[in-house]
Ligand binder design. Structure first.
Ligand code: ADP
Length: 143
């Protein structure tokens, strides 16, 4: 029998999620899908952490806009784990552009556009580990 892989993901509830009071609804969806929270905190994103987290975007002309958006309020970082978490969470979140995301996905239901898209979720097992270390100290994650 093929056993599903237990994986770990960093989810960020972005400023539009907080402003729209959707944090509870988003977390409820992840919990109801079977994912377990093993760390969480509210934080303001420094220039440094944002440039690291979005290193693949820093050369793009709209990076300052992304930075402005992501620093417009604190965000909530959540460490989630569960079977095949990376792909399953990304499916629940939907594509980057909220306007083309299916209804029933988090971005399709609550997102506005390409930038204001409610949540971040790690896109690979490896990035999940890197991002969790970036956002959480060792003693902020729980086994
Ligand atoms: P994802 O968050 O879906 O993994 P990316 O890593 O490509 O997508 O981009 C990171 C974030 O940068 C997106 O979630 C979005 O907030 C913002 N972003 C990406 N592409 C654009 C774009 N073309 N216009 C505006 N914002 C964008």
């Amino acid at each position: 029998m093929i056993r599903p892989l237990m994986e770990e993901s960093l989810v960020l509830l972005k400023p539009d999620c907080l402003e729209g009071r959707k944090c509870g609804e988003v977390l409820k969806r992840f919990e109801e899908a079977g994912f377990e929270v093993f760390g969480t905190k509210m934080m303001r994103l420094s220039d440094e952490i944002l440039r690291e987290h979005y290193a693949h975007l820093t050369d793009l002309p709209f990076f300052p806009d992304i930075q402005g958006f992501m620093q417009s309020s604190p965000v909530i970082a959540i460490a989630l784990r569960g079977d095949n978490a990376i792909v399953r969470i990304r499916e629940m979140v939907g594509p980057t552009d909220s306007t083309v995301a299916d209804k029933g996905t988090i971005r399709g239901d609550f997102g506005q556009d390409k930038m204001h898209n409610v949540v971040h979720a790690s896109d690979s097992v490896e990035n999940g580990q890197t991002e969790l270390k970036r956002f959480f100290a060792e003693d902020e994650l729980f086994s």
